[in-house]
Design a protein around this ligand. Structure first.
Ligand code: CP
Length: 310
């Protein structure tokens, strides 16, 4: 396994997270740098994506590298039965870095075991989405001026939501207080609650997305109920409309509150929230470009201090 791979947010230390955030800030101020000259990056997306794939590809382009890959695995030889192992081994022959999204939990870890080329996990099933976490942390830091001592309310699909799982783990270093708002079917899985218990992280669980919860929050992290994760469509129909944020619900919220969402949204944030200055989800997606530029440089052992001198 290449030690520069990023499969889970727990692969990197607090110091590395803070370093990546510093570098994201640098790239926000200096997005165009031809430091990937001669490098080729593969984006292998076995699951649909808009933001993650396009922001990784934009990041490579802005850094002067080249991108190959696919956004639809049905056009590749995996549709003829080629295994993930063979696909990864083949693509590794061509590129310096692989960014991969896969519908199976553990697929990214498995990929690191069959190649020495660094792998960035762009989402594996309901498991982890560490590059999303870096842009989430960057967004939280930019809007709050700190990552420390914040009350973060996670709402919606906490069972299958890989973005909330990764963010929860990353926040272990910053003394958060979590509100988990979900119905029984989509509750935060026990292993993540045990993780909180082990790390001394405070959390409370709620079925009701109440005024009290909203008004205590520094960050509200909304999530989509993901139809693609349900095996029983009737179960999805039962829970898909349970949590919806409307502008009026923010009337007595804290001034510093910001609404985050990894996107795409369906109906969990009403469009009347979009013009509220507390809505931050589109800027959050923009921050993905800078965070991913920093992550790519880490994966390719590129020292930003040297870049800054050039
Ligand atoms: N947040 C996120 O992963 O979005 P995409 O599915 O569009 O990549």
């Amino acid at each position: 396994m290449n030690s520069n791979s990023l499969v889970s947010i727990s692969d990197i230390s607090k110091e590395e997270i803070l370093h990546l955030l510093e570098n994201a800030r640098y790239f926000e101020e200096n997005p165009n740098h031809k430091i990937l000259d001669g490098k080729v990056v593969a984006t292998l997306f076995f699951e649909p994506s808009t933001r993650t794939r396009l922001s990784f590809e934009t990041a490579v382009n802005r850094l002067g590298g080249r991108v190959i890959g696919f956004s639809d695995a049905s056009t590749t030889s995996s549709s003829k039965g080629e295994t993930l192992k063979d696909t990864i081994k083949m693509v590794s022959n061509y590129v310096d870095l692989i960014v991969m999204r896969h519908y199976l939990e553990g697929a990214a870890r498995y990929a690191t075991e069959v190649t020495d080329t660094p792998i960035i996990n762009a989402g594996d099933g309901a498991h982890q989405h560490p590059s999303q976490t870096m842009l989430d942390l960057y967004s939280i830091y930019k809007t709050q001026g700190t990552l420390e001592n914040l009350t973060i309310t996670m709402v919606g699909d906490l069972k299958y939501g890989r973005t909330v799982h990764s963010l929860l783990m990353a926040m272990q270093y910053f003394n958060p207080t979590f509100n988990f708002v979900a119905c029984d079917e989509l509750k935060m899985p026990i292993e993540y609650k045990e993780f909180c218990d082990q790390k001394g992280i405070k959390y409370t669980e709620h079925k009701d997305f109440s005024e009290e919860v909203i008004n205590s929050s520094d960050i509200i992290y909304m999530t989509r109920v993901q139809r693609e994760r349900f095996t029983d469509i009737m179960e999805y129909e039962k829970v898909k409309n349970l949590y919806n944020l409307h502008n009026a619900m923010l009337d007595n919220s804290k001034d510093n509150l910001r609404i985050l969402h990894p996107l795409p949204r369906v109906n969990e944030i009403d469009q009347d929230v979009d013009d509220n200055p507390k809505a931050y989800y589109f800027q959050q997606a923009q921050n993905g470009l800078y965070a991913r530029q920093a992550i790519i440089c880490r994966a390719l052992n590129i020292d930003i201090k040297e870049v800054q001198k050039s």
